[in-house]
Design a protein around this ligand. Structure first.
Ligand code: SF4
Ligand code: SF4
Ligand code: SF4
Length: 314
């Protein structure tokens, strides 16, 4: 069983001091959730869990522990973020040791809650099924009907970049359909697109949970907090909200692994990944580049090639 193998490997890495700290997932008090755990002793490895609710991109925590030798539990998308950060020279001391687990795709707890009437007190996975229980609840659901949309369209689920792989690699299958929100966006006229974008962003309370959850947002001072120069006012005006969301999306272009952590963190249920996934698709079509797949390839938007297409320069 994957979880047991993970615990044993973590124990071994901490016992022989290969790493100082393991960052992984642990049980949480609420059903359908896990929590990040930070383990420093071999005994502590017993608290590691692995299931379809291990949804954080734990790579975001690496910025806080730059001096330690870290063992990081990664899915396919998380490993790609580590590769992208490595290209940005984020690990000058100790690059993390990646403990990769081929990803079974994650269950979207909001979809489950919507489908189940009553309070959920327990959710247990049994193969492809999800057994959901509560005081007046006792239902069995099919896991695949409740996946996150980014996971439904994910190709690279096996963290091939990992130093240690726990479990067998899963087949890389390109999804038949693109991200449903991207498909919808592409089918809109420009004015409709803008209205869609404004409608989504109008709910933003500028809490920046999306930024905090993203491993690629690590600037010591984010442009939204800068007062000299002041790029953006601290208001909820449509132009300020649009500015934040457009700049955030462009900052991720060619860097985003499509993990979906930003969208899951948003307390206002704002759809964020349609923009980043659309930009990822553009970068792939134009430059044949996907974040974190080729460990040595620099992101197209941070390099210059005289052979680049330049029709847009008049
Ligand atoms: S995006 Fe892919 S690798 Fe990441 S959690 Fe979803 S299915 Fe797994
Ligand atoms: S922008 Fe969102 S989907 Fe992309 S890497 Fe950051 S958290 Fe993941
Ligand atoms: S997490 Fe949601 S509400 Fe908070 S800043 Fe991001 S988009 Fe806005």
């Amino acid at each position: 069983m994957i979880q047991q193998q993970l615990r044993e490997k973590a124990k071994e890495l901490l016992s022989n001091k290969t790493v100082d700290l393991i960052i992984g997932f642990g049980e949480w008090t609420l059903p359908l959730r896990t929590t990040p755990v930070f383990i420093r002793t071999p005994e502590g490895a017993e608290s590691l869990v692995w299931n379809s609710f291990c949804e954080n991109n734990l790579t975001a925590y690496l910025h806080k522990f730059s001096r330690l030798k870290i063992g990081l539990v990664v899915k396919g998308c998380d490993a790609r973020s580590v590769v992208a950060l490595n290209l940005e020279k984020r690990f000058p001391n100790h690059p993390p040791l990646l403990i990769g687990i081929p990803c079974q795709r994650l269950v979207d707890r909001k979809k489950v809650k919507k489908a189940v009437k009553g309070e959920i007190l327990q959710a247990v996975e049994q193969g492809d099924l999800l057994l959901v229980k509560g005081e007046d609840v006792n239902v069995t659901l099919k896991r695949e009907d409740f996946l996150y949309s980014v996971c439904q369209v994910c190709t690279h689920r096996t963290p091939h970049q990992a130093h240690i792989l726990i479990g067998d690699p899963v087949e890389e299958v390109s999804p038949v359909e693109a991200h449903p929100d991207v498909v919808a966006l592409e089918g809109m006229f420009p004015e409709e697109r803008w209205n869609f974008f404004e409608k989504e962003t109008s709910r933003c309370i500028r809490c920046y949970a999306c930024r905090e959850a993203c491993p690629m947002c690590y600037c010591a001072e984010c442009f939204v907090d800068s007062s000299r120069p002041r790029w953006i006012e601290k208001s909820f005006s449509p132009s300020d909200l649009a500015f934040y969301h457009i700049v955030r999306a462009y900052h991720q272009t060619g860097r985003c692994s499509g993990c979906g952590a930003c969208e899951r963190a948003c307390p206002m249920d704002i759809r964020l990944t349609y923009l980043t996934q659309k930009l990822n698709q553009e970068v792939k079509d134009l430059y044949g580049f996907e974040t974190g797949i080729q460990p040595e390839a620099a992101p197209p938007l941070s390099t210059f090639d005289p052979e680049d297409k330049q029709e847009f320069i008049k």
